[in-house]
Design a protein around this ligand. Structure first.
Ligand SMILES: Cc1cc2nc3c(=O)[nH]c(=O)nc-3n(C[C@H](O)[C@H](O)[C@H](O)COP(=O)(O)OP(=O)(O)OC[C@H]3O[C@@H](n4cnc5c(N)ncnc54)[C@H](O)[C@@H]3O)c2cc1C
Length: 440
């Protein structure tokens, strides 16, 4: 890994943030002769793509180390996902097992007929959203729910539970036009070693200064002056990749201020999704890669991925207001909630079979303050506003600036590359100075 322990005084490009977008930008810029430094607030790279190691005890003795993804886990739209090809080329294991939400799930409390009715209700909802957007409307997506007292309307709460996982927010907080714009090819794969490990591997040569939060950017002079905890760097161009939650809160101050940037970021807030990894004894009772929802009649429920990768584990997933509320109570509240739901479904003995391993707390993390972005109703245009370059020398990129692959690693990566290409053009380099490196 290329880590820099001192700040250069002067560079062509400062990249702020070493998540997928920042690392992609740095990788693209490495193919030029431009001088580049990446300033990262945390003590690690990867941002919201982060894998932690865990040692599993084997049934017949010995142990096995696995990677648990605390943030991104799925190669969404895998057949169009650039990370997939890069992952394979770099020797990572791409697991094509269908996701639990696509396979026949263990749906306690729901008959096959109910499951079909739920699927049909969701499809009809999506069609109403698309039709409304085609008429030029951008409304709270929940406006397109079926009437609550209708047969179809009985599924609204369950759809809102799914929305909590998809968007980190409920449908009343989600722009119908933005929801409709998301591109999902329906193909979802995983990285066996962990998605976070893949992102860090691809960014391993980036010239990163860790533990170096940026506080202020002075744009009064001919060169941008970037003030960070590690010192001051001057740059011709800045690529800014921090989450919208931080931009909206003006956690990085501009001098003079950029109110339009903060306003656009506020229209694309981060929702919250939390992962709780648990081990389970007697895992063979469940089909590998199956799924269970805690309840079917409320949005205040978790999704439980049983035996991910066939491991003796369960991955709980909690979204939106439920996740914010449990985070406020502290990490242990997620395990208590999960145990309560699963005991309700599987019997009181089940409590003894579960052990918590790791819980993500992205809402409380100062460098994310949420999980992934959604546009507020009426703000579908804010992703495009957000990525407007400032004076052709400050370029903004990240999952939130992606049009159709927003909220994802591949969306963030492509946006990082886009910002790097814009920066290269702004610096007046010709095509031959800036050819991309061949993919590994
Ligand atoms: C629970 C969860 C599940 C997810 N599941 C998936 C999934 O299955 N598939 C998928 O594709 N995506 C998923 N995502 C989303 C995906 O992780 C993000 O969209 C993507 O990683 C965002 O990359 P980014 O570069 O835009 O932002 P980040 O990864 O947030 O990178 C921004 C970087 O900026 C740094 N930073 C912040 N402030 C400063 C500052 N002041 N100075 C310097 N550095 C700063 C941060 O530390 C961070 O490293 C998930 C996310 C979460 C939280």
């Amino acid at each position: 890994m290329t880590r820099i322990s001192f700040l250069p005084a002067d560079v062509d490009v400062v990249v702020i943030g070493a998540g997928a977008a920042g690392l992609a930008a740095a990788r693209r810029l490495a193919a030029t002769h431009l001088s580049v430094v990446v300033l990262e607030a945390r003590d690690r790279i990867g941002g919201r793509a982060h894998t932690v190691p865990h040692r599993l005890t084997r049934h017949r003795g010995g142990s096995l180390e696995v990677g648990l993804d605390m943030g991104a886990g799925w190669l969404h739209s895998a057949d169009e996902n650039i990370m997939q090809a890069m992952g394979r080329a770099a020797g990572f294991t791409i697991d094509e097992t269908p996701p639990p939400w696509r396979s026949a799930a263990l749906n306690l409390g729901l008959s096959d007929k109910d499951m079909a009715a739920f699927g049909a209700a969701f499809e009809a909802f999506d069609e109403r959203v698309t039709a409304s957007v085609a008429e030029g409307q951008d409304r709270p997506a929940s406006d397109l729910f079926a009437a609550a007292d209708s047969d179809e309307g009985r599924w609204n709460a369950r759809m809102d539970a799914v929305c909590g996982a998809l968007n980190g927010a409920r449908f009343d907080q989600v722009s119908s036009a933005d929801y409709d714009a998301y591109r999902d090819t329906g193909v979802n794969w995983r990285v066996g070693e962990g998605y976070g490990r893949l992102v860090s591997h691809l960014g391993r040569d980036a010239p990163v200064v860790l533990d170096c939060p940026v506080m202020r950017i002075d744009r009064t002079g001919a060169r941008l002056v970037v003030h960070s905890q590690g010192g001051v760097v001057e740059a011709r161009v800045v690529i800014l990749t921090v989450p919208t939650s931080l931009l909206a809160a003006e956690a990085i101050r501009f001098d003079p201020p950029l109110p339009a940037l903060a306003e656009a970021a506020a229209g694309v807030p981060l929702g919250l999704a939390t992962k709780l990894h648990m081990t389970v004894t007697g895992a063979a009772d469940f089909a590998a890669d199956s799924q269970l929802w805690g309840r079917t009649d409320t949005a205040q429920t978790g999704a439980y991925h049983l035996r991910p990768f066939g491991r003796p584990m369960i991955e709980g997933y909690f979204g939106a207001d439920l996740a914010w509320g449990l985070e406020a109570e502290g990490e242990a509240a997620f395990f208590d909630f999960a145990v309560g739901e699963m005991v309700g479904l599987l019997g009181s003995d089940f409590r003894k079979r579960l052990t918590p391993v790791a819980t993500s707390m992205w809402g409380a993390e100062p460098w994310s303050r949420g999980a992934y972005s959604h546009c507020l109703p009426g703000h579908a245009g804010d992703r495009a506003r957000l990525k407007q370059p400032v004076e052709n020398r400050i370029f903004i990129a990240g999952e939130a600036t992606a049009d159709a692959f927003y909220g994802t690693v591949h969306g963030a990566w492509m946006e990082g590359e886009r910002a790097a290409v814009e920066a290269i053009a702004a610096l007046g380099l010709d095509r031959w100075d800036s050819e991309p490196r061949p993919t590994e």
